[in-house]
Design a protein around this ligand. Sequence first.
Ligand SMILES: [Zn+2]
Length: 386
Amino acid sequence: MKSLWDEGEAQKYKDDPLGMRVYTSQLLGASQDLVLHGGGNTSVKIDDLLYVKGSGWNLDIIEKEGFPAVNLETLKEMVKRETLSDTQMVAQQKEAMFDKSFPNPSIEAILHAIIPFKYVDHTHADAVVTMTNTPNGKKKIEELYGKNMLIVDYVMPGFILAKKIYEQTKGIDWDKLDGMILINHGVFTFSDDAKVAYEKMIDIVTKAESTLIVEKPNLELLTPEKLSFYEEKISHLRRQKVTAKVIDEDEAYYFSTLKNVGEIVHKGPLTPEHVIRTKPFPLVVNRHFKIDLEDFVQGYKEYFFEHSKNSETMLDLAPRYAIIKNRGVVVFGASEKENKVLEDIVLHTIKAMLRAEKLGGWRSLKRKDIFDMEYWELEQAKLRGK
Ligand SMILES: [Zn+2]
């Protein structure tokens, strides 16, 4: 992933550390790969105060009003307590606020306070967390990042996490650390320079994403004649003209060469919401297009009748995308806009599936849950309105 740092823009905040904090927080918030599942928080230390993200604010749109200032010494004293309940922690953090009209500080405020750098960035980056969510996750992280990455086993966020890290880092040379990875949770980076803290985050996530980099295999590409033949057959099923568009990305070509690709895609989409756009599974072309398309139609009907409660009307039987074995991945939308949406969703799904396969296997969603989402009245209405 790329750094979004803009030197010209950053110049505006060179004498305004809180303004700079807002700026790089928004940069982090702007990347779906960092904040897709929400969460993440940032802070800056100015004199004896910690300005930390307040609850109720998202990083992408945060402003100065989203950063309550908390007495730094109080937070650093709190971590020395033997125990502290969540309620006590929230109350004491509030007590230590400079201006109580601001939102409550993040539950990770104590942790931000004990990290001895001006700028602290924290995200729940997908690529890193996915890697830690596996049986050998910790080992994979150690191999990828080396000894200068502090790795912290999972504990509940809040006081317990801050306390654990406080104990684990006693006597450590913080200057040698590239960052901190929390198993099943996320990443912390830090520096006295806002740009360095931000770009360390980008580097760490890029490294995790790189475990996914695949080379484009040498394939025989689909000819325009083939594609228009597909379009004709699928338009007929959809009762609407569709256009075939090949996803011209290395991951997509590589995906089409996997031996078990048919099995993987039949386990279901990335999230149930996607089914509205993509249908529960794509067409997989192994042999002859027409025979495989008949199989797809048959499979879709079986799926419908297995889960239908008799009140639903079956949707059209046209696949929204196809894996053409050893040729690539093709989307079939009824408009340019639909093709764009399909391309985005399918590529995102393929990358997640490839990553999961490397880490031990794509997990399936229940077919029943997928069906309920596809045939959910509100979603059907939303589609009809578009
Ligand atoms: Zn967190």
